[in-house]
Design a protein around this ligand. Structure first.
Ligand code: F3S
Length: 66
């Protein structure tokens, strides 16, 4: 299980993450992406993180912490 995080200071609102994984990322009224789900087992959030043009997304692997 992984948990994605969006750095609001870096996000420029390109919305690629929402297009790729709407279960986890949702664009807010502030024009930035927000994480709306705790885990991304239905998609590959690591891939989403890689397509973000400003590297605003980080993915934490919870298995490593437990
Ligand atoms: Fe923002 Fe990157 Fe998504 S710029 S909208 S976090 S792809």
């Amino acid at each position: 299980m992984a948990k994605a995080k969006v750095d609001q200071n870096l996000c420029i609102g390109c919305s690629s993450c929402e297009a790729m994984c709407p279960q986890v990322f949702q664009m807010g009224d502030d024009g930035k992406s927000h994480v709306i789900a705790d885990d991304c087992k239905d998609c590959d959030c690591q891939k989403v993180a890689e397509i973000c043009p400003v590297n605003a997304i980080s993915v934490e692997n919870l298995e490593k912490i437990i």
